[in-house]
Write a protein that binds this ligand. Structure first.
Ligand code: RUB
Length: 336
């Protein structure tokens, strides 16, 4: 009988993603493959069949941690596709372990490389004297601004605090540590200061087939204020943040987080009849985005479908329909 998944380190890592100790789309993707790597290094089975079943459990556990960022399923699929292919080719349990470890390492490296490339591309769009507004805590947006600073540009940043989890404080701290003048504002002051802003630079959790960007709640209001003030909006997104499921009409699930993030427990109890809603992300339509900066270059949001087709192949629809588990089976991203 196949033993149920009882790997403490893997369970802890899955919990760290769920409770947002590990957060941000890029970090979540990398943590997901770390999880499969943990599974592989702790797996002892000598049977390839058992390995595949336990791998499936680890995959499902990691997949269930956070629902919105597509980096998570895309990273997991990257490894899964290679492991399944090795299994079809008759690999032993040891070989499957090796394939898992190699694929995880490969994903991590390529995702870090993508951030570096985006930062090089994006930093060219920052000019000395710019005032840049950013929202939440995007490693891609930060890397782009830090790269611009390294290349000698002098500019300043307005970071929104990003309620309810205050990720904007992390961004402000990162700016300060890199010698970039930064001002922290409350989210609702974004429009008030927009007239001082030259560019908005943000990250993404998902880019959909029609070029809409799902990012931290509040992003769409900032984009709206930017459009009104004729300020350009730049989104940094590695290509594994493009969602193949949206080609088939799937809507991106927006994570609803606990009410305690909005009001402390004591307060919640006093306000029992008040309903609290706490969506973690929102959707900014392509009309409000000027460009998406990917590791393959800068694209208009309307070109998102081209990235998806290049990554996953033109048969993306048929393959999704065939695979109930939504496992991608062809295209460059999956190593064919
Ligand atoms: C983080 C968030 C970030 C994107 C992009 O949300 O919305 O802007 O994930 O980040 P949360 P990165 O804190 O809920 O995970 O560029 O680092 O991938």
């Amino acid at each position: 009988m196949v033993k149920p998944l009882a790997q403490k380190d893997l369970l802890k890592l899955a919990n760290d993603i769920k409770t947002m100790k590990i957060r941000g789309a890029a970090e979540i993707g990398r943590a997901a493959v770390d999880g499969l790597e943990l599974f592989a290094s702790e797996s002892k089975t000598a049977s390839a069949e058992d390995y595949m079943k336990q791998f499936g459990d680890a995959y499902k556990l990691l997949l269930s941690t956070r629902p919105t960022a597509v980096s998570l399923p895309n990273a997991l699929r990257y490894v899964k596709h290679r492991v399944e292919r090795a299994h079809r080719n008759g690999a032993s349990a040891d070989e499957l372990r090796g394939t898992t470890l190699n694929a995880a390492e490969e994903f991590r490296r390529s995702s870090q490389d993508a951030v570096r490339k985006i930062s090089e591309i994006g930093s060219k769009r920052i000019k000395s004297g710019d005032v840049i507004m950013t929202h939440c805590n995007s490693s891609v947006a930060i890397a782009t601004m830090v790269e611009a600073k390294k290349t000698g540009k002098e500019f300043s940043v307005i970071a929104t605090e990003t309620r309810p989890r205050f990720q904007g404080r992390l961004t402000a701290q990162a700016m300060a540590e890199n010698g970039i003048p930064v001002t922290l504002i409350i989210d609702s002051a974004a429009r008030y200061y927009m007239h001082k802003v030259d560019k908005v630079i943000i990250g993404a959790d998902v880019v959909t087939a029609n070029g809409a960007v799902v990012n931290k709640i509040g992003t769409s209001q900032i984009a709206l204020a930017a459009k009104e003030a004729r300020v350009r909006v730049f989104v940094g997104a590695e290509t594994y943040k493009f969602s193949p499921d949206t080609v088939l009409g799937e809507l991106v699930e927006i994570e609803e987080r606990p009410a305690e993030e909005v009001l402390p427990m004591g307060q919640l109890e006093k306000m029992k009849s008040v309903k609290i809603l706490n969506p973690a992300f929102d959707v900014t339509p392509p009309e409000y985005i000027d460009v998406i900066m990917t590791e393959k270059g800068i694209i208009p949001p309307q070109a998102a479908i081209l990235i998806l087709m290049e990554e996953f192949g033109w048969s993306i629809g048929e393959e999704h329909a065939a695979a109930a588990g939504k496992t991608l089976v062809s295209g460059e991203n999956n190593g064919d």
